[in-house]
Design a binder for this molecule. Structure first.
Ligand SMILES: Nc1ncnc2c1ncn2[C@@H]1O[C@H](COP(=O)(O)OP(=O)(O)OP(=O)(O)O)[C@@H](O)[C@H]1O
Ligand SMILES: Cc1cn([C@H]2C[C@H](O)[C@@H](COP(=O)(O)O)O2)c(=O)[nH]c1=O
Length: 222
């Protein structure tokens, strides 16, 4: 089934976010997906949040000490700046932008500090809606085992049963995002290795490319 491109503010490019519990395999899958898309002849730009920009660096550095609404504001400030200075220019250049963590992460991670989900949504409501928001899921026991093997990266991952909490928060976040019109692709990471999961995402993205190729040349320029 083909789908019309849902986000129409950009003339060209395709914006894909990849979120999911810590240790679910986001970075690994983004790397595989990028290779697959390049092999299809696409121009791919990979990025992540927090970004490498000045605000992203502050957000990452402050995550261990700043909490709650203040930290949520830091991450959303980085997101709006990241969109303006990095994501939108690459979309305007016609590239496929793959973003490792985006709004869904904000709706989940700041809940570890007890921030109200309604406040989190309002902070992020003006952020561009991706053409496809991939959300990785998996049995919390599986994710927790991977995390334990790899080691925690931050204080959230040290919370007891953090993978269970993330799974719960992601389910609620997905409901909110779908309600807001996001096109959400949920994938169980227990169903295959990182390459196989990347193939599933790529196949879904090929539907977008198929639609754009069917359009007359002028309209095809997204
Ligand atoms: N589908 C998969 N099957 C098995 N192992 C995987 C899979 N995807 C990733 N891994 C392994 O799981 C670990 C975590 O992967 P990765 O760092 O990509 O996760 P992440 O979601 O980006 O984590 P974080 O949110 O902490 O940055 C790595 O050791 C990786 O090799
Ligand atoms: C986008 C975003 C990120 N975070 C936190 C979650 C993690 O602690 C780090 C990112 O770590 P990674 O290993 O590089 O994935 O940032 C957050 O709290 N809120 C956000 O919106």
């Amino acid at each position: 089934m083909t789908q019309l491109r849902p986000f129409s503010d950009h003339r060209r490019g395709l914006f894909v976010s990849i979120d999911g519990p810590s240790g679910a395999g986001k970075s690994t899958i983004v790397a595989h997906l990028s290779q697959l898309l390049v092999a299809e002849g696409e121009h791919v730009y990979t990025t992540a949040e927090p970004s490498n920009g000045v605000l992203g660096k502050i957000a990452r550095e402050m995550t261990e000490t700043v909490t709650g609404a203040a930290l949520a504001c830091l991450y959303s400030a980085d997101r709006y700046h990241h969109l303006e200075t990095e994501i939108q220019p690459h979309l305007d250049a016609g590239e496929v932008v793959l973003c490792d963590r985006y709004v869904p992460s904000a709706l989940v991670m700041q809940r570890f500090d007890g921030v109200d989900p309604v406040f989190l949504w309002s902070l992020n409501a003006l952020a561009d809606r991706p053409d496809l928001a991939v959300v990785l899921e998996g049995a919390p026991e599986l994710i927790a085992a991977r995390l334990a093997e790899r080691g925690a990266h931050n204080r959230f991952q040290l919370t007891p049963r953090s993978s269970h909490a993330e799974a719960h928060f992601y389910r609620q976040a997905c409901d909110r995002l779908i309600q807001a019109g996001y096109d959400v692709l949920r994938i169980d990471v227990g169903t295959g290795n990182a390459h196989q999961i990347a193939v599933t995402i790529k196949n879904r993205l090929m539907e977008f490319f198929a639609v754009s190729n069917e359009l007359p040349p002028k309209a095809a320029a997204w």
